[in-house]
Design a protein around this ligand. Sequence first.
Ligand SMILES: Nc1ncnc2c1ncn2[C@@H]1O[C@H](COP(=O)(O)OP(=O)(O)O)[C@@H](O)[C@H]1O
Ligand SMILES: [Mg+2]
Length: 358
Amino acid sequence: MDKLTVLALFGGKSSEHDVSTVSAASVISNIPCDKYNVIMLGITKDGRWLRYTGETSRLPEDKWLEDEADLHPAYLVPDSSVGGIVEIIDGKVVTTPVDVVFPILHGKNGEDGTVQGLLQLAGLAFVGCDMISSADCMDKAVTNALADRAGIAQAKWLSFTEHEYRSNPQKILDNAAETLGYPIFVKPANAGSSVGISKATDLQTLADGIEVAFVNDNKVVLEETVTGREVECAVLGNEEPIVATPGEIAPCNDFYDFDAKYVAGTSGLFIPARISDEQLEAVKKQAIKAYKALGCEGLSRVDFFVNDEQILLNEINTIPGFTSISMYPKLFEHSGIAYPDLLDKLLTLAIQRKEQRQ
Ligand SMILES: Nc1ncnc2c1ncn2[C@@H]1O[C@H](COP(=O)(O)OP(=O)(O)O)[C@@H](O)[C@H]1O
Ligand SMILES: [Mg+2]
């Protein structure tokens, strides 16, 4: 059987660019090489698209960008007759066919439906959620609204645009204090990796936190602070998704902020999550319900807060961290699907979806 060509997209114009290069190095080196050839297309922090033909190990910390001889401009184009990428090599335009694309891009300009929309126009099979689902899961206000509509429990919340806030800040601040109560979580609707998120304890820190959040997005979400364990579910599949045994993150800081995620490195990870068997089953059910309500396909990591009384949805990550030690692959490994097999399943799901919908 001929090998299939996988296009691995990595980097991205996103605050999570550096996380993506680490995830991508792991993914690419674990895609089964008896079945797939992998080609790499990187997006720089300033938004340039470059095919990279060097060593996968050079992706983290953007070392790949130092290897000039291994770089040339390459693009995904919306023209669906191309069936691959368009490259500029020594001034000539060359087309390289691609069977399936694996976007390993976190956050804005990659996990948010932008790249997925381009892939849909290009008519290429690709791993993960489609444009609409990616965009819905990226935007915390939209996720919360759709979860409410599906009857999925979550923290009390409200959202507003920068324009609405500037028109009458006092009204919004008073309403937040009254309906949510302090402490209040302040989040940009679209960001990721806890960037721009803060926990406000009074009027002043709330107003300050909102300003910080507006630096990242022109829409802000406020949430009541809920207590509970942070329980994460790895979901895999298209129409009939499966879910691995849930895991738990125990942040080393006050909450799971950027530092706790990537810098301090001492946050605890427990598989299974330290909750009862009944709760584990209930969380799995909620994860599938949320996955379907948001139209997810391929994969997503569905995150919850769990305490003795409640299971509350927090958010859905459509392209979760994907190094071999990240929660998503670890959860499936614990449930009996090894990392290379998981990648094979994701690529197969992507191809199946394209074949079914053509
Ligand atoms: N409503 C909330 N109550 C308590 N803690 C929260 C709440 N929302 C977020 N957090 C904390 O902040 C972290 C980051 O928030 P999250 O919504 O997951 O943003 P991101 O998309 O950046 O991961 C969570 O992992 C959790 O530790
Ligand atoms: Mg999160």
